[in-house]
Design a protein around this ligand. Sequence first.
Ligand code: ATP
Ligand code: MG
Length: 254
Amino acid sequence: MSVTPADVAVSLEHVHRTYGGDQPVVALDDVSAVFTRGTATAVMGPSGSGKSTLLHCAAGLDRPDSGRVRIGRTDLSSMSEKRLTELRRGRVGFVFQAFNLVGALNVEQNIMLPSRLSGRRPDPAWVDEVIGRVGLGDRLRHRPAQLSGGQQQRVAIARALVTRPEVIFCDEPTGALDTRTAAGVLALLRSAVDQSGQTVVMVTHDPVAASYADRVMVLADGRIVRDMPQPGAERIAGHLALLGRRQPVATREG
Ligand SMILES: Nc1ncnc2c1ncn2[C@@H]1O[C@H](COP(=O)(O)OP(=O)(O)OP(=O)(O)O)[C@@H](O)[C@H]1O
Ligand SMILES: [Mg+2]
C-alpha cells in the first residue's frame, strides 16, 4: 500500500544524532521512518539503543545533526526555537520517560497546562473522560511530590492526551504501572488512534504493551534493525530474546 503525503503523521529521513564530548556517542545512525496517520507504533530495543533520542528528534525536542524530520507536511529542520515550541504545544503530545511534571502545580493544573499555554480550551467532557480513564479523579488537588510514580505517569499521560494532538509520543508510558492500570492506559492510547485518528509512537520494553500497537520497530545501536506489523506479544518477546543473544556476538566481531 503506498503512502501519500497526506497520510504521513511523522517522517524521519536519514536522521543522525551524535552526542559530543571526548568520546562521541552515535545515538541515531541514519534513521529513516514514516509513521502513518491513525496508527500506533511500538519502538523497542535494548537500553541505550537510541529510542528516546528518536522520540525527541521526531517531536522537535532535540535537533538531529543531519537529516530531516517532518510533522505532517511541516519540516522541522529549518524552524526557529519559537516556532518549534508553538508546534509542540499545538500538534504534539509527549509523555517523557521521567514524567516532567511541574512540581508547584497540582494534578489538574498540570493536566491543563498545555491547553493554557496554547490558549485553546479543551471540551470539559473530554477532560473529565481522560481524567476518569487514567483514574485520577480523586487526586486533582495533589502535587506531583504527593503521588506515587505510577500516579505521576498517569498525570503525564492525561496531560499529553487532553489537547487531542495529532501525534502522541510516549516514552515507556506503562513502565511504572501495575498490569491493570497499564491496560487502561494502553486502551486509552488505542482509542486515541481508533476513535480520533491520532498517531501514537510509543517506546516500550514490554511485549504486552507493544501488542497494542499496529507495528513494532526495533532499534539496536542507533539503527532500525526490525520493522514489522505487530505479530503478537509472544513473538515480540521471541524477537527481543534473539536480539539479546546476538549482541555479544556482534560486539566480539566489532
Ligand atoms: N544528552 C546526552 N549526552 C550524551 N549522550 C547521550 C545523551 N542522551 C543520550 N545519550 C547517549 O545516546 C545513546 C542513546 O540514548 P537513548 O536515551 O536514546 O537510549 P534509549 O534507547 O532510550 O535507552 P533506555 O532504554 O535506557 O531509555 C546512549 O548511549 C546514551 O548514553
Ligand atoms: Mg530511553
